[in-house]
Each structure stands twice: as C-alpha cells, then as structure tokens.
Design a protein. Structure first.
Length: 68
C-alpha cells in the first residue's frame, strides 16, 4: 500500500482500514491513516479490492441518500 501524501510504501493492519460503499460502484473507496506521516488517505476500491478488504474483515460503511 502506498501513501498518497508521503509516497512511501506502508503496511496497515485490517483494523486501520475503512471500506465505504457509495451509492454507485464508482463511488466506493477505502481509507486509512498513513502510519508514517499521519495523512488521511482515500483511494477508489474496485471489485478485487472490495473482495480482499471484505474478506480481511475491514470495517465497512454504506452511504445512503439524505432523503432515506
């Protein structure tokens, strides 16, 4: 995993990730805090990443429209 801010390769345990399901597949992303620089990192999550993170037991959140 690479940090978008400091560009370093980092290892983050499953507990350090959050997988967020958007209203559509193209709005699904994962996020974590970089253990080296502390930056909040957010990256798009395609099907393979969603499957891997889900299997690893990463915390998930589902975004819903405000009117629901």
């Amino acid at each position: 995993m690479y940090c978008s801010e400091c560009r370093e390769k980092v290892e983050v345990p499953a507990e350090g990730f959050r997988l967020t399901f958007g209203r559509t597949a193209d709005r699904t992303h994962y996020s974590f805090s970089c253990p080296l620089c502390g930056a909040a990192v957010r990256k798009p999550a395609g099907e393979k990443i969603v499957a891997a993170l889900t299997e690893a037991g990463v915390r998930t959140m589902r975004l819903v429209p405000a009117d629901q």
